[in-house]
Design a protein around this ligand. Structure first.
Ligand code: ADP
Ligand code: GN1
Ligand code: MG
Length: 372
C-alpha cells in the first residue's frame, strides 16, 4: 500500500496501551500488511507492542477477518488458561482493544489498524536453518490445526474466497498473460511455458476433497516459516502468528506451504537458483513434527498426500508470483525490479527439485506413518 506516512503516534493513542509513547518503527518482512513495533516507556521499563495496518485492498472484509481472529485468539487463550500455562501471552496472539473496546481502529483515511501484545525474544525465520527448526514449525502448525478442530460457533468467514484454489489461480494467470498490460511476458517466456505445461496438476488437492478423501477443516492458510515465532533461547516454536487467512480450508494447504518455505536453504527471492533445493532431512523433520500433533486426526489420504501438497503449494505460488509480475506488481510488496519474477523462478526450481525427489519423499511419509 502506498499512501502518505500515517501518524502512528495518534493511531497508537486509539488503543488501550499503557505507558508513554517512545517510537514506532517498521518491522518484519511480511509481503501484505504494514507492521510496526511500537516502543513505550512503562514507568521506566521499555515495553513493545505490535501495530498493524491490515491491507484492506487484499482483505475486503476486515471486520469479518477480525471476528475470525478474535474468536480463535479467545479459544486459544481459554485452552492455555485451562492447561495452567504460565506464559499464555507468548503462546497465542493477544489482541489489545481500542479505547472504545473494539478489536480494531478505523482511521480517518479508512485504514484498519490492530495491536497485539509483542512477543519478545522470539523470531520468525525467513530461511530454515536446521531440521530441528522444521520439526518445531510443523509441530506448531499441526497443534494449531488441532486446537481449531472443536472451535465453537459458526463457520469462519472466508477472508479471501478461493485463496488456495489452484485452478482459479491458473485462470487469473492466463487472463493476466492474455492482457499482458505491462508488456512483460516477453521477459518471462520460459517461466510462462513451464507454468502452462503443468496446468493438469492444478486440481490435485481439490479432487481429493471432491472425492471425500480429504475433508474441509479450519486451517491457517499462510504457514510460511516466518509465520511461527521460535523462541530465541530454546528454538521451541512458541506462537503461530499472521492469522488473516484463518478460514475453512484443507490441512494439506498448511503442510504444503511448510514444505515450500521450510525445506530450501535459499530465500524465497534468491537469484542464484543453484541454491534452491528441497532438502530431504528438512522434509522428514516436517513430516515427523506435523504428525506428532496432527497425526491423530488426519485421514490416510491426507497423510499420503503430504508430498503432493508441497508440490502443489509451490506450483501455486509460482503461478501467483508470475500473475503479479505480469500485472505490474500490485499484490505483493516488491523491493527491486523483477522481484516477483525472481520469486517465481525460485518456486519453479523448488517444484523441479520436489519432482526429482518424489519417491524419497513418499518413502519418508510411509516410514513416519509406521513409526511408533
Ligand atoms: P504479514 O501478513 O505482512 O506477513 P505478519 O502478521 O506476519 O504480517 O507480521 C509481520 C512480521 O511481524 C512477522 O513476520 C513477525 O516477524 C512480526 N510479528 C507479527 N506479530 C508479532 C507479535 N505478536 N510479536 C512479535 N512479532 C510479531
Ligand atoms: C503472503 O503475508 P505473508 O507475507 O505472510 C501471502 C501468502 C504467500 C506469501 C508468499 C494474504 O504471505 O499467501 O504464500 O506471501 N499472503 C496473502 O511469501 O496473500
Ligand atoms: Mg506473515
Amino acid at each position: 500500500m502506498t499512501s502518505p506516512q500515517p501518524d502512528l503516534r495518534s493511531i497508537a493513542a486509539a488503543f488501550r496501551l499503557c505507558g508513554d509513547f517512545v517510537a514506532a518503527v517498521p518491522y518484519g518482512s511480511g509481503h501484505i500488511n504494514d507492521t510496526y513495533a511500537l516502543s513505550y516507556n512503562q514507568g521506566g521499563t521499555p515495553v513493545r507492542y505490535l501495530l498493524q495496518r491490515v491491507n484492506h485492498t487484499i482483505f475486503k472484509d476486515v471486520p469479518g477477518l477480525m471476528d475470525n481472529i478474535q474468536r480463535v485468539c479467545a479459544h486459544a487463550q481459554a485452552r492455555l488458561a485451562a492447561a495452567g500455562c504460565p506464559d499464555a501471552s507468548r503462546r497465542a496472539l493477544t489482541l489489545i482493544p481500542t479505547v472504545d473496546g473494539a478489536a480494531f481502529h478505523r482511521d480517518d483515511r479508512g485504514n484498519y489498524w490492530r495491536v497485539y501484545v509483542f512477543i519478545e525474544h522470539a523470531t520468525g525465520h525467513n530461511i530454515v536453518q536446521s531440521p530441528a527448526q522444521a520439526y518445531e514449525a510443523a509441530r506448531a502448525f499441526g497443534a494449531f490445526q488441532k486446537l481449531l478442530v472443536d472451535l465453537p460457533g459458526e463457520r469462519l468467514n472466508e477472508t479471501i474466497p478461493n485463496f488456495h484454489h489452484t485452478p482459479r489461480r491458473y485462470e487469473a494467470f492466463e487472463a493476466a498473460l492474455a492482457a499482458d498490460t505491462h508488456n512483460r511476458a516477453v521477459a518471462a517466456r520460459a517461466e510462462i511455458d513451464w507454468i502452462l505445461a503443468r496446468r493438469d496438476r492444478a486440481s490435485a488437492l481439490l479432487d481429493l476433497n471432491r472425492r471425500g478423501l480429504v475433508p474441509e477443516r479450519i486451517t491457517h492458510n499462510d504457514t510460511k516459516l516466518n509465520n511461527v515465532l521460535l523462541d530465541d533461547a530454546t528454538g521451541e516454536a512458541i506462537c503461530v502468528i499472521d492469522l488473516d487467512t484463518l478460514m475453512p480450508g484443507l490441512a494439506l494447504y498448511d503442510f504444503g506451504d511448510l514444505v515450500r518455505t521450510s525445506t530450501s536453504p535459499a530465500a524465497e527471492d534468491e537469484r542464484d537458483l543453484g541454491k534452491v533445493t528441497m532438502q530431504l532431512p528438512m522434509f522428514d523433520a516436517l513430516v515427523r513434527g506435523y504428525l506428532a500433533t496432527a497425526g491423530d486426526f488426519l485421514t490416510p489420504a491426507e497423510i499420503a498426500n503430504l508430498p503432493t501438497a508441497g508440490m502443489i503449494l509451490t506450483l501455486t505460488l509460482a503461478v501467483r508470483f508470475m500473475t503479479d509480475f505480469l500485472q505490474g506488481d500490485t499484490y505483493y510488496k516488491i523491493h527491486r525490479p523483477n522481484h516477483n519474477l525472481d520469486r517465481t523462478r525460485t518456486q519453479i526450481a523448488l517444484v523441479d527439485s520436489i519432482d526429482a525427489q518424489r519417491e524419497a519423499m513418499d518413502d519418508c511419509v510411509r516410514k513416519a506413518g509406521t513409526r511408533p
